[in-house]
Write a protein that binds this ligand. Structure first.
Ligand SMILES: [Zn+2]
Length: 236
């Protein structure tokens, strides 16, 4: 047994209580069943502290190894990695956030092969660099947290609440000042009854439909306000 496997021996990639949360996400967005959906905690020697959770479509060597060693690996699929322990409403909220990154469903058409040692080392270096790099500049919503993302989160939120699961808006970590946008409650109001009308739709079908005009207007006004503030900041 090499050192890394010994290190992983006491690592529980997927605490059993997470399984109900994973299955709930599949119920909220059934199209995700077209490929495996993994929910794991970051391996012990993986960077932590710089994220709460993240989504990846192609596992790096460390995550792939953790999934294989724990007997979960079933081939390419959406992977949600938690950087710390989440429970209750907080877990439901973080899964809705990361679930929105998994949508709309896109097929996984890449090869499932073990990385070479050199590739694994390069990936580990890239992960370490990512974890220690300063936040990227530019509009904070631009990196996968924009208009369609907020819309997807709100649809998942509506479906969860309709199924009797309470998901307080702050647990979704979506929109609001952190992302340079208005509060999520404003987006919820602007989306109107769209989530109810699209209950049985796939997220691909939802995104093929124009967003409600109030929703678009709110986003456009947030963009304009952010650009104005940014222009002012740069002249100081
Ligand atoms: Zn995110």
């Amino acid at each position: 047994m090499d050192q890394r496997i010994r290190h992983l021996r006491n690592y529980e990639p997927k605490p059993s209580r997470y399984e109900a949360a994973r299955l709930r996400l599949l119920d909220l967005a059934p199209e995700l069943r077209q490929a495996p959906l993994y929910l794991i905690t970051a391996p012990p020697d993986y960077p932590r502290g710089c994220y709460g959770a993240f989504h990846m479509r192609r596992p790096d060597a460390a995550i792939r190894e953790a999934l294989i060693l724990s007997g979960q690996w079933e081939g390419p699929g959406n992977i949600i990695v938690l950087g710390r322990d989440f429970q209750g409403e907080e877990l439901t909220g973080i899964l809705a956030h990361e679930g929105a990154h998994c949508l709309p469903f896109c097929p996984f058409d890449f090869d499932d092969r073990a990385p070479t040692k050199a590739e694994a080392e390069r990936e580990a270096e890239a992960v370490a660099a990512w974890a220690s790099s300063p936040p990227v500049s530019g509009p904070p919503w631009e990196h996968s947290h924009g208009l369609q993302f907020v819309r997807r989160v709100l649809h998942l939120h509506y479906r969860a609440e309709r199924s009797g699961v309470s998901v307080p808006l702050p647990t979704l970590h979506c929109a609001g000042p952190h992302y340079g946008l208005s509060g999520l409650w404003k987006y919820k109001r602007a989306l109107g009854n769209e989530p109810e009308r699209f209950m049985g739709a796939t997220f691909g079908e939802i995104e093929a439909t124009a967003v409600p005009s109030d929703f678009q207007l709110l986003f456009d006004s947030d963009l304009a306000a952010w650009n104005k503030t940014e222009a002012k900041r740069q002249t100081l």
